[in-house]
Design a binder for this molecule. Structure first.
Ligand SMILES: Cc1cc2nc3c(=O)[nH]c(=O)nc-3n(C[C@H](O)[C@H](O)[C@H](O)COP(=O)(O)OP(=O)(O)OC[C@H]3O[C@@H](n4cnc5c(N)ncnc54)[C@H](O)[C@@H]3O)c2cc1C
Length: 390
């Protein structure tokens, strides 16, 4: 697509492409091409390679180990990672917690945590949602009571991605009861090895274990692990949810999956004919491609114009909503292309993981969740109704 990259941007894209070509381990690329999510060890291995090059934290300033890239180059890096396909830098560390620490963290917190986040020496998970507090997050009830130089935390989180592999969790907790429920919430960093933390797995519809419940029973957390002011955690949470928007549209992921669908349609035959020779399927692939391109242009427009981001926050909702829909359509198409063979396969380790169709059906199921996490589609539509339609 002609996005008219400047010569510097085009050169940067070539530099990233060459780096990925040379350094991305072949086994990680191959698993991901087949549609599998990167395993934790893949994310760690690749992020450390990116970190050596200074690209693990694209939007952080250089003094804290980031790449200090402008928006356009950040997006180019992201899209090249998707295109490869390669694991993205761990979002919980880089986009979410890192972004919040750089704004609200103390010097000690930034100096201690930022290099460890960039190199995934510490893996963080996100403890926001609770039973009864998802879309309505401010209703959360996990309590932290100050006792001297510690908080004592009691309560439960749910849907916590990767809690079973995480070293730490950043959690929203209630430190006081105020009349406005957004007040009295604080942002705490909790070591998962602390006595009283229990993690219980939730296996999702794709048959995989990504999600967990996390229980806190009298967990002692040093006061120095509070980020921002006590009772002002909602501000950090809002900043975090708005912070790094290049990821929200999932454009590169849609392209990569569509390319794989085209590849399968061209290489799979049925009754002696290639699937792509069916004009209906060819048209479907073309329409999806056109829609992803339009989505991509909207994303560039949004990211390259700070005034749009400031004055038209509804853009972010459009990108989240449309990105979820397109990724779901693409993965539905992939599952259809895999036919009954897709149903026979499970994304297990070993040979099966490298079967071309092993991940199509489980990933179809997994991406149903995209219209739920990060703000559900209904909630995005509510925002659009309020801010655009009035
Ligand atoms: C795969 C996955 C990974 C996740 N990872 C994490 C994580 O790492 N950390 C974390 O903290 N959370 C995580 N979540 C939780 C996620 O943020 C919540 O599921 C989400 O916010 C929705 O909350 P809920 O599940 O409580 O559903 P609810 O908020 O109860 O919503 C139920 C239904 O009601 C609809 N609804 C709710 N409010 C409105 C409204 N005002 N108007 C119209 N419709 C409405 C919703 O759209 C939805 O369809 C994850 C979720 C999933 C699925």
């Amino acid at each position: 697509m002609d996005l008219r990259l400047t010569p510097t941007q085009a050169a940067f894209r070539e530099e990233v492409r060459a780096f990925i070509e040379e350094r991305l381990p072949a086994d990680i690329r191959e698993r991901m091409r087949r549609g599998h999510a990167p395993r934790p060890q893949d994310t760690v291995r690749w992020q450390r390679i990116l970190n050596e090059r200074g690209w693990a934290a694209p939007h952080w300033p250089k003094e804290f180990g980031g790449a200090g890239l402008d928006t356009a180059r950040r997006l180019i890096l992201l899209e090249e990672l998707y295109r490869a396909p390669a694991p993205l830098p761990l979002g919980f560390n880089i986009n979410l917690l890192g972004t919040v620490l750089l704004r609200y963290g103390t010097e000690e917190q930034k100096t201690f945590f930022c290099p460890r986040l960039a190199n995934v020496d510490l893996w963080f998970c996100q403890g926001f949602s609770e039973p009864g507090a998802g879309s309505d997050l401010a209703s959360l009830r996990t309590r932290a009571v100050r006792q001297g130089e510690h908080y004592v935390v009691d309560g439960q989180k749910i849907w916590t991605t990767s809690a079973h592999v995480a070293d730490w969790i950043f959690a929203l907790v209630r430190t006081s009861q105020e009349s406005r429920k957004q007040d009295g919430i604080s942002f705490l960093l909790i070591d998962m090895k602390s006595p009283g933390v229990t993690v219980r797995p939730i296996v999702s519809i794709d048959g995989e274990h990504h999600l967990n419940e996390v229980f806190f029973d009298n967990v002692k957390v040093p006061v120095t692990n509070l980020v921002g002011d006590e009772g002002k955690g909602w501000e950090c949470a809002k900043y975090l949810l708005n912070a790094e928007r290049s990821y929200i549209a999932s454009v590169g992921l849609c392209w990569e999956r569509l390319e794989y669908a085209r590849h399968l349609a061209t290489t799979t035959t049925q009754a002696g004919k290639r699937l792509i020779d069916d004009p209906k399927l060819a048209a479907e692939l073309a329409v999806l491609g056109a829609e992803i391109r339009a989505h991509e242009l909207t994303n560039w427009r949004f990211l390259s114009d700070p005034d749009i981001a400031r004055n038209k926050p509804a853009y972010a909702s459009v990108l989240k909503l449309k990105g979820s829909e397109l990724l779901q359509e693409t993965t539905t198409l992939l599952a259809r292309l895999s036919g009954t063979t897709g149903l026979e396969r499970r994304p297990a380790e070993g040979d099966d993981a490298l079967h071309p169709l092993a991940a199509t059906v489980p990933r179809y199921f997994f991406y149903r969740a995209m219209s739920i996490y990060g703000g559900s589609s209904e909630v995005q539509k509510d925002i659009l109704a309020k801010t655009v339609l009035g």
